[in-house]
Design a binder for this molecule. Structure first.
Ligand SMILES: [Zn+2]
Length: 377
């Protein structure tokens, strides 16, 4: 510490109106803002530690700085704004109530923004849905590998944290935190292109994907979808798998509406199923998908993504009785530690024409504004 003190400036100030620190190299700056409206800013500085204690509204700005840590303590409800622009801040903590454990919620007067170490939201996960990743854009649900990589690149540059499936499960169980700006990447349908195109890109960015596969297609060796050996290779590379039914990924017309086959009785051999036959058909499918996937991967598969949205009360009950503990829907929204694991919200960013900027905006809009819905039964 002595050596440090000799080599580097230490700044300390009691702030009445404003303190501006310019071009200070590796300084430890402690500013105490006593008055309302006081501000502390560090422009082109290299402060390693900037801490601000304030009894009233204050704003902290770090512009083009290299601040390794910024911490701010403020009185509850007094309003606080922290911004780091082009900074290199390692951690930014804004503490509104003087206790440990920072908390910045959308709608609070507190706001933290910036281009490095930016915090948009905390204690939330926005789960993203993708479909096919292919150079052959045969539907609006196909992203080119280039567009997909550009999106991951934007997420990384904008300080989103791609969390692992295990982190997500711990979080939704209330057993662990997630980093700020947390996102989870999920891929539906298990196209073979996941192995060919998605896997190398995910590995390049060192992030994990959760893949929901239509398990029967692997058993049938459908050339358009992942083979068992590809699924195993992907799992060894760190990817995670869940079920997207065994063979119930289809819609039929019922009462004039296209309805997922797992949500309704269907006509089999000219006869409409009884409720019991419906229940058995869906249960056999869901159980078989879980059993096959668990057997091949050697893990207990407990995650399921609904094709076409989400289940109804009957199919939900079947899925849970089949042993699935986490049911992913396509209903938009974010996930908190209080969210219902049987109705996990996701947002779709896997469309052909979505730009990286639009994808980022959708995540921000979801994390900030989307109310989560409770579907506890
Ligand atoms: Zn699907």
């Amino acid at each position: 510490m002595n050596q440090y003190r000799r080599k580097h400036a230490i700044g300390s100030a009691i702030v009445v109106a404003a303190v501006t620190v310019l071009n200070v190299n590796d300084a430890v700056i402690t500013a105490i803002a006593r008055d309302c409206g006081s501000s502390v800013s560090d422009t082109n500085g290299r402060a390693s530690n900037l801490s601000v204690t304030s009894g009233c509204a204050s704003s902290v700005r770090v512009t083009r700085g290299h601040v390794s840590s910024v911490s701010v303590t403020n009185e509850p409800g007094s309003g606080l704004s922290v911004s780091v622009t082009n900074g290199r801040s390692g951690t930014v903590n804004a503490n509104e109530n003087g206790t440990t454990g920072s908390r910045v919620e959308p709608g609070d007067p507190s706001h933290i923004s910036g281009s490095d170490s930016t915090i948009y939201y905390r204690n939330k996960v926005v789960v993203l849905t993708y479909h096919d990743i292919s150079p052959n854009v045969y539907s609006p649900f196909v992203m080119t590998p280039k567009a997909f990589a550009a999106q991951l690149d934007a997420f990384q540059k904008r300080d989103f944290h791609v969390i692992t499936n295990a982190e997500f499960i711990r979080f939704i169980n209330g057993q662990g935190p997630v980093p700020p700006n947390a996102i989870l990447l999920t891929f539906d349908d298990g196209y073979r292109n996941m192995y060919t195109y998605a896997l190398p890109i995910l590995m390049k960015y060192h992030v994990q994907g959760t893949f929901f596969v239509i398990v029967g297609t692997a058993d049938k060796q459908d050339p358009k979808t992942l083979s068992w050996s590809q699924i195993q290779t992907m799992e060894q590379e760190g990817m995670t798998f869940g079920s997207h039914t065994y063979d119930a990924h289809s819609l039929i017309f019922r009462h004039g509406e296209l309805t997922p086959v797992f949500n309704t009785t269907i006509v089999v051999n000219g006869h409409l199923e009884t409720e019991h036959q419906y229940y058995t058909r869906v249960q056999v499918d869901f159980v078989k998908a879980r059993a096959r996937l668990s057997e091949v991967l050697g893990v207990n598969v407990v995650e399921f993504a609904w094709p076409y949205g989400y289940g109804n009360s009957a199919s939900n009950r079947i899925a849970r009785r089949a042993g699935y503990q986490y049911l992913f829907t396509t209903a938009p929204g974010y996930v908190t530690a209080q969210s219902n694991p049987h109705f996990i919200h996701r947002i779709d960013v896997g469309k052909t024409n979505i730009t990286p900027k639009e994808a980022v905006q959708r995540i921000l809009d979801t994390g900030r504004f989307m109310p989560w819905l409770y579907h506890r039964e």
